[in-house]
Write a protein that binds this ligand. Structure first.
Ligand SMILES: CC(C)(COP(=O)(O)OP(=O)(O)OC[C@H]1O[C@@H](n2cnc3c(N)ncnc32)[C@H](O)[C@@H]1OP(=O)(O)O)[C@@H](O)C(=O)NCCC(=O)NCCS
Length: 279
């Protein structure tokens, strides 16, 4: 056998080794993400054996590879097997980033044109669905990084859910969600807006509950109250300056007694009337 013919299988093997190493690295990241985000998970082996979200993800990685290589029916078939095994339906065309954690899994549906960034968490019963039937266009949402979607939430349409956003359990989200926002209800409304920056974001909160982000309406009211207090202090100061100037202007130059009455009823306390003349 010639030297070049001997080299071919060696190159093929090293390529395979690289692919397998990358695959294992990605899977290990996903297992570790589960361990980090589920207080109930005890070991890697437990995650590998007992976590349907992890099984669904492994099936999806294979199905997506087949789909991208135009093995469309095979991709659909693997995706379907994954659904039968786990109760999680992920279309093989969906694009999923790293370290996705699907907790409990059952009833999760992820549509064909959905995209999911890194470090996202989905609970059971979540739908990333479409509202249009037009083939070939983007119909499903895009989740940016670090998004948490509560159980039973429906995110419907081709819009973006911003970095670090949190979707409450059973929310129905029909519009774009800003970075760091928390959306609850049907149709979903925003109840808090934290920092969108990944660096400033608080660590992962199991079940997406974080007590230290105030309601935005309460926050706006507090801001207004602070503003009013500051303005009152300024007005009071101005009133005192005005009063001092008035006294100075009308005070008799001979130093005789002078009577000033300050008018007003509390809200108008800064208006000074010069009442008296030199007595
Ligand atoms: C939405 C969520 C992230 C909010 O957490 P938070 O920032 O701590 O917010 P709070 O609990 O202070 O609630 C803020 C307001 O939103 C309301 N709210 C919270 N979650 C809600 C929900 N899922 N649906 C409707 N309203 C909700 C609260 O009643 C409160 O309303 P109020 O200001 O009128 O009293 C959290 O409640 C949630 O739903 N997490 C998902 C948990 C989950 O799916 N677990 C599955 C485990 S298997």
């Amino acid at each position: 056998m010639s030297a070049s013919a001997q080299r071919v299988p060696a190159v093929g093997n090293s390529h395979l080794n690289i692919v397998l190493a990358m695959l294992w690295k990605n899977l290990r990241e996903e297992i570790d993400a589960t361990l980090a985000r589920d207080p109930a998970a005890r070991s890697r082996l437990e995650v590998i054996l007992c976590y349907p979200g992890f099984h669904a993800l492994v099936c999806h990685r294979i199905a997506h590879w087949l789909w991208r290589h135009r093995w469309l029916l095979a991709g659909r078939l693997v995706s379907h097997l994954g659904r039968v095994l786990t109760g999680v339906e992920i279309h093989p065309g969906a694009r999923i980033g790293r370290r996705l954690f699907i907790d409990h899994g059952m009833g999760v549906v992820i549509g064909e044109t959905a995209e999911i960034g890194d470090d996202c968490t989905l609970y059971q019963g979540v739908t990333l669905g479409g509202t249009s039937l037009t083939r070939g266009e983007k119909r499903h949402p895009t989740l940016a990084s670090g998004v948490i979607v509560g159980s039973g939430a429906q995110v419907l349409g081709p819009f973006r859910v911003g970095d670090g956003a949190r979707i409450g359990a059973a929310a129905v989200v029909l519009r774009e969600v800003p970075d760091g926002a928390t959306m609850v209800g049907n149709p979903a409304r925003q109840v808090a807006r934290g920092s969108g920056s990944l660096a400033q974001r608080p660590a992962f909160q199991p079940y997406a509950v974080c007590g230290d982000i105030p309601d935005p309406i309460a926050r706006a009211l507090n801001g207004l109250i602070d503003e009013v207090t500051t303005l009152r202090a300024h007005v009071h100061e101005l009133g005192q300056v005005q009063q001092a100037k008035t006294v100075e202007r009308y005070a008799p130059s001979d130093g005789s007694a002078f009577r000033v009455a300050v008018g007003g009823n509390g809200t108008d306390e800064n208006r000074a009337h010069v009442m008296g003349e030199a007595e």
